[in-house]
Write a protein that binds this ligand. Structure first.
Ligand code: HEM
Length: 253
């Protein structure tokens, strides 16, 4: 009986569908999150990185007073804590955590990594990972531990110096800078390719050169600023000494 039933039952065929599973293409919520991840990399995270390296930190090239003026300006922005939270920390946390998720799932659109393919794909993930470790450490040491730079902006040059005078930490700064700069510069290229802002193979190839130049600009200005911190004598970082130093320089003016 059983054998009769099995002989009359229709044959079950498991058909393997060709192509990428629908979920992996990124539809619905996943599509929106991918777009948001992509956009957050440019605004506000990328815009912040641009400001941080090319505007704020480059004032170190003009010395401790110029740097302290810039930190004072930033520290006195209205509702500064909420500005940092909404436009820096939360967007970075979202872009980074969703970035790790994309990395873990192996998502990616090969069409968007056309020329050097896998190298660029891998570099985009590793530079993001390195930047993440660096950013967490940098926010922790600069913003949440040691002397409070929002209360004592004049200690900011000295606080950075105390780190970059240590060879291992200096190296960490350089690695973090290069990783974040590459990730952002190549990220601009990816963004423009994905959103159709730079369409066509030739235009994209030319635009890649522009993005590589931008990487060198970010890295060059960042390295020059680091060199500026190392080229001056160590500035005070204790609250009492900072206040004294501030009074002395006001008197000598
Ligand atoms: C320095 C801070 C960062 C900036 C300025 C930044 C910026 C960008 C930009 C502009 C893109 C291109 C957007 C696109 O793919 O359309 C991008 C892509 C990406 N980012 Fe970031 N990012 C930062 C940190 C991170 C971190 C910490 C991670 C964590 C791993 C990460 C992971 C990724 C991944 C995986 C992609 C590629 C997405 C894809 O291939 O579709 N990013 N980033």
């Amino acid at each position: 009986m059983a054998s009769a039933a099995s002989s009359t039952a229709p044959a079950i065929t498991h058909q393997i569908k060709k192509g990428v599973a629908p979920l992996r293409v990124g539809k619905g919520t996943s599509f929106a999150l991918r777009r948001l991840h992509s956009l957050a990399g440019i605004v506000p995270v990328g815009a912040f990185l641009f400001e941080h390296i090319l505007i704020s930190n480059s004032t170190a090239l003009s010395g401790p007073e110029a740097y302290a003026r810039q930190v004072t300006f930033l520290a006195n922005l209205p509702l500064v804590f909420f500005l940092e939270l909404l436009f820096i920390w939360l967007p970075i946390a979202f872009h980074a955590l969703y970035g790790f998720y994309i990395w873990y799932r192996g998502d990616g659109n090969v069409g968007e990594y056309p020329w050097t393919g896998n190298w660029m794909y891998t570099a985009q993930r590793w530079t993001g990972g390195i930047a993440f470790i660096y950013i967490i450490w940098h926010i922790w040491t600069m913003r949440f531990t040691g002397i409070d730079l929002h209360m004592y902006p004049n200690a900011s040059f000295g606080k950075v110096q105390a780190e970059v005078f240590q060879p291992a930490l200096f190296l960490f700064y350089v690695v973090g800078l290069v990783a974040a700069s590459w990730h952002f510069a190549y990220g601009i290229w990816l963004f423009c390719a994905k959103w159709g802002i730079v369409p066509g193979r030739h235009a994209q190839k030319r635009f890649l050169t522009v993005c590589v130049c931008f990487f060198f600009l970010l890295t060059g200005v960042g390295l020059a600023s680091l060199a500026a911190f190392r080229s001056r004598p160590q500035q005070p970082v204790e609250p009492g000494a900072v206040a004294m130093h501030q009074m002395q320089s006001a008197e000598s003016r």
